[in-house]
Ligand binder design. Sequence first.
Ligand code: PLI
Length: 470
Amino acid sequence: MTHPIPQTMGQQFGRRSWAEPWKIKMVEPLRMISRKERQRALEAAGYNTFLLRSDDVYIDLLTDSGTGAMSDRQWAGMMLGDEAYAGSRNFYHLEEAVRTQYGFRHVVPTHQGRGAEHLISQTAIKPGQFVPGNMYFTTTRLHQELAGGVFVDVIIDEAHDPASLHPFKGNVDLARLEDLISRVGAEQIAYISLAGTVNMAGGQPVSMANIRALRQLCDRHGLRIFLDATRLVENAFFIQEREQGYADKSIAAILREFCDLADGAWMSAKKDNLVNIGGWLAVNDDALFDELRNLVVVYEGLHTYGGLAGRDMEALAIGIEESVQDDHIRARIGQVRYLGELLTDWEIPIVQPVGGHAIFLDARRFYPHIPQDEFPAQTLAAELYLDSGIRSMERGIASAGRDPKTGDHHRPKLELTRLTIPRRVYTQAHMDVVAESVKAVFDGREQTRGLRMVYEPKYLRFFQARFERL
Ligand code: PLI
């Protein structure tokens, strides 16, 4: 049972406007270079926004990863770093924060999310096993494949349709999962990889009802559920907003209830947890923890720092505590939704409903004349940068990479350009400027031509690939 999706935060909270629960204490100047300079910078970057220098960017919506603003409490915490090689007091603070807010027993720090993905993949996947998940994520799937696993997408069909208004497009299709289990056998399944929210689907949430049903299914078959908790606080917001019985529960309580249905989680703390660098892995099982605690010393560092300085762990522990506050997350998603409303009013095609961390422009509908093999979403990111110096990210065929067996492109149904909003960084006026630039690019769409890839790296090609205009 779900509630209708409110169109504005005002409708939801029964008041005219919302505002950020903070004020600004320090500013960083921004600069916009000329269009001619942007053209030169774009060519030098091979039409890939990852290869631009940040000095040449005006408003940076490449990612919400590690780009947030820390609070004064977090900065104060940086001064309390205990830089001991072993047993830093900041580790114990981090461990306590993860145990309290996420509820898992054992915690291993890592340098960032993919460090944790590497460890869980190497310990929990046997070569040849399947890893069902609610849509792929780039680094997650790669680590699963490098460990010999085979990723299988078991997300509901609505997730692949940018226009579907399903309130929980991140949900697992339980029948599809059941079918996989009966075809290959439960012993051939490593674990269920469940992300909330789902990045590549547009920041779409998973419902509590879905994970509860998934838990029951997994218990019947003796399967484990590991969460990608990167944006799980944002997921909790959508449960509070849309799912019957959760309107009066706190974000912190919803987060705990969700995690209590899983066996562990990995985390890119650079998102929800409000730090510029960091990650962690947390599990309940003693034997698995023993293996993880051993493996972390090979790749990241001792199990009480995992590649992080003491000061980083302190900022992270405080960031976890701040991230679960209701007024923080309401303003965070409110800002994303504000930008979404502007674009929707101008009939610009975006993924609906607006998700947690970003607006995803639907490049297929934006450029219907550019075939997917000519990289419409990459083209759109380049055009936006040219127009205004705003940096966005391709989330389409370039990001999807190639099938490791056939060598052909993965051709995802979703061909999207992501305007990702860093946490606590930009103002509503910045969002207005962004919307106006998207509108200008939209108005000139018919003249735009696609790209061809002229350099393709072996792993995670979207980061470093180069393109030329057709
Ligand atoms: O960038 P890392 O290594 O800290 O985290 C990897 C990672 C794991 N899961 C999910 C859902 C992510 O979104 C994620 C990283 N995302 C990036 C960098 C992004 O721009 O979305």
